[in-house]
Ligand binder design. Structure first.
Ligand code: PLP
Length: 377
């Protein structure tokens, strides 16, 4: 399996099968506890109790680990739980440097958590290397970036950020949810940790909430703390969700390829539309960091497109209300396309009031483009 390409790893769930029955699809290990023999030795030394020992969860982790090129992966019951497990490794009095303008759930939680814990949190526009360098002149315990960022679609030069973080004594963690492990490999560029909201493209079918954290080197002290935290504090993913996630990931490369292709076609079709002020998509030649996107991403630029609608808040609300193919819903990375009027969710964070975030699915690209065009009429 070690030389399998991503499409093979995904389609065959990294080799998982049900050996007891001969099934080519693994069963779900539902046991919450595991038996011992008469001498009190565990039937399986690596399985004692369901928190946090479960073969189905391990199988799903193996798929992500292989796709990511990581040394180890741990699943959590949500993306936020994965993020929280990592942030909790920073001691009181420590310092975190975090990219600004990223997923609002992360920002809100990090601000609350750091205030409560007496941790210095510096938010910086890390897409500007000079600003990141300045923030990392002082020592830090963790550097957190999100590439591409949601919904600003900004990129950070990951190799450069890793160098700066390491000089400041901090590991670099990348939230690569919007890129997926199909399109981007932060660890090849020097990142120490990679996080994905498995709720999004990894599962891809809008029916699982989960999160994954992967590490390039298991000896990283923060990693040991993350594993202990999951085991002791119990933020585990249930086996059924892990199984569904594994099934969803069988088509991950196919889905990501199609949704990226659709997103690019849509962004190109709408780029100069008279009803729009702007279209943000890293795959567009006009995107200010298109060169960096081409260097860091392979095979596409992801499913996220932000459009700025003429006519302010009302213009955006009107467009959203008239869509018939796109669902009006939060989240991203599913097979079905979604639209979100982002300012309604985060009114006070500087998100333009006319910004609609599109998560482009795997439907027919022509249907998606026609849907936006009719709504703009
Ligand atoms: C959704 C999301 C998260 C949080 O994941 P949950 O599974 O919803 O907890 C974190 N980062 C990004 C970029 C996301 O889109």
């Amino acid at each position: 399996m070690s030389n399998w390409k991503p499409a093979t790893v995904a389609a065959q769930a990294a080799g998982a099968a049900q050996h007891e029955t001969g099934g080519v699809v693994p069963g779900i290990s539902m046991a919450s506890t595991y038996g011992r023999d008469k001498d009190y030795a565990l039937w399986r030394p690596d399985n004692m109790y369901g928190r946090d020992e479960n073969d189905t969860v391990r199988q799903a982790e193996a798929v992500i680990r292989a796709l990511e090129g990581a040394a180890a992966t741990r699943l959590f019951p949500s993306g936020m739980a994965a993020i929280a497990a990592l942030f909790r490794t920073v001691p009181s009095g420590g310092r975190i440097v975090m990219q600004s303008g990223i997923y609002w759930g992360t920002v809100k939680w990090a601000r609350d958590f750091c205030a409560r814990r007496g941790i210095a949190l510096q938010e910086v526009d890390a897409s500007d290397p000079a600003l990141l360098a300045r923030a990392l002149e002082a020592k830090a315990d963790l550097v957190w970036i999100e590439v591409p960022s949601n919904p600003w679609l900004k990129l950070v030069d990951i190799a450069q950020a890793a160098e700066m973080a390491h000089r400041a004594g901090a590991p670099l963690a990348v939230d690569a949810t919007a890129a997926t492990p199909v399109l981007m490999h932060p660890m090849e560029m020097g990142a120490d940790l990679v996080m994905h909201s498995a709720t999004k493209a990894l599962n891809g079918h809008s029916d699982v909430v989960g999160g994954a954290l992967s590490v390039a080197d298991e000896n990283l002290p923060a990693w040991q703390a993350v594993c202990t935290d999951r085991h002791d504090a119990g933020a585990i993913l249930g086996p059924f969700d892990a199984w569904l996630l594994m099934r969803g990931m069988r088509t991950l490369p196919l889905r990501v390829e199609r949704s990226s292709e659709n997103a690019l076609r849509l962004a190109q079709a709408l780029e100069h539309h008279a009803g729009l002020e702007a279209v943000w998509y890293p795959g567009l030649a006009a995107h200010p960091q298109h060169d960096l996107a081409q260097r860091q991403m392979r095979g596409g630029f992801g499913c996220l497109v932000s459009i700025l609608v003429k006519g302010g808040f009302e213009g955006a609300a009107r467009l959203a209300s008239r869509l018939q193919v796109f669902h009006r819903a939060t989240s991203l990375g599913g097979v079905e396309s979604l639209v979100e009027h982002r300012q309604v969710i985060e009114p006070d964070t500087g998100i333009p009031e006319n910004l609609l975030r599109l998560s482009v699915g795997i439907e027919d690209a022509g249907d998606l483009i026609a849907d936006i065009e009719q709504a703009l009429e």
